[in-house]
Write a new protein. Structure first.
Length: 232
C-alpha cells in the first residue's frame, strides 16, 4: 500500500470546517498550511482543525512569491502568520507540535515557481540559502520521513512529491488550464508512475480554496480507493 502525507494549502475558507469533518470521519490526518490573511477572516476555522488534531503549518501571511519580496519583508510576512498560528494553539489550550513552513507557489526565494516544475530540479542557491538559514534558526523543519532520493531532505521548508493541481478547478482558474474536470485530476493520479512506488512515502499537495470542497472530497476518496494510506 502506498503511504502518503496529505498536505492542504491556502486554508482557511468558509468550507474548512466541512473539509475537516470529512477528513475526521475517515480518520485521515493532514497538515493544513494556512494563510494569515485568510485566518484573520475566518479565525475559528483553524482552531476547529487544531481541536480535531490536525497539524497547522505556516503558508505566509499574504501569499506573495518569496522571490518577489525583500528578505526582511519575507520574514515579517512569515512572522505575522506565525503569530496567528501561535494564538490559535493558545486559544485551544494545546501545544504547537511542530513548526512547518511552505512557500507560496513553492517559490523558495529565487523566483522559481516550483509548484509547476519537477521537484528533482530544486537546488539551493544564493537566493534560497538565507531563507533556509532563517527557517533553520527559528525551528522550522520538514517532518517527512522515508522520502525518495530525489526529495531534498535537507530543505527546511515543506516540499512535495505530487501536486494534484486541484487549484485548476477553482473559480478563478476553471477552464484556463489542461485540467478541467475531476476526472482529469484522477487521470493525473493514475498517470504518475512515482505514485505507484511503495518503497518511499509521498507528499501530496491539495488546496482548501473556495468552491473546491466537492473536488477535494472526491479526490481524497479516490486516493483511498487506490489504496493510499494517509499518515501523520
Ligand atoms: Zn498556496
Amino acid at each position: 500500500m502506498p503511504k502518503a502525507y496529505l498536505t492542504i494549502d491556502d486554508s482557511p475558507t468558509p468550507e474548512t470546517k466541512d473539509l475537516v469533518n470529512f477528513l475526521t470521519a475517515r480518520d485521515i490526518p493532514a497538515i493544513i498550511f494556512v494563510r494569515g490573511d485568510l485566518m484573520e477572516k475566518n479565525p475559528h476555522a483553524i482552531e476547529y482543525a487544531i481541536q480535531k488534531g490536525f497539524i497547522i503549518g505556516n503558508h505566509s501571511y499574504s501569499h506573495k512569491s518569496a522571490g518577489e519580496m525583500k528578505y526582511q519583508d519575507w520574514i515579517d510576512d512569515l512572522e505575522l502568520c506565525d503569530n496567528l498560528i501561535e494564538t490559535a494553539y493558545q486559544n485551544c489550550n494545546l501545544p504547537r507540535p511542530k513548526k512547518l513552513y511552505r512557500f507560496p507557489y513553492i517559490d523558495r526565494g529565487d523566483g522559481q515557481k516550483n509548484e509547476q516544475i519537477d521537484l528533482a530540479t530544486i537546488k539551493e542557491n544564493d537566493q534560497t540559502l538565507p531563507l533556509q538559514q532563517y527557517l533553520h534558526k527559528h525551528g522550522f523543519h520538514q517532518p517527512f520521513e522515508n522520502m525518495p532520493p530525489t526529495y531534498p531532505n535537507k530543505a527546511k521548508d515543506c516540499l512535495y512529491t505530487f501536486t494534484t493541481r486541484d487549484w485548476m478547478l477553482n473559480k478563478k482558474h476553471l477552464g484556463n488550464h489542461n485540467i478541467k474536470t475531476i476526472d482529469d485530476l484522477m487521470a493525473r493520479v493514475d498517470a504518475d508512475k512515482n505514485l505507484q512506488d511503495e518503497t518511499y512515502n509521498h507528499v501530496i499537495i491539495m488546496h482548501d480554496q473556495l468552491g473546491l470542497l466537492d473536488v477535494s472530497c472526491a479526490l481524497i476518496d479516490y486516493f483511498c480507493e487506490k489504496g493510499f494510506i494517509f499518515q501523520n
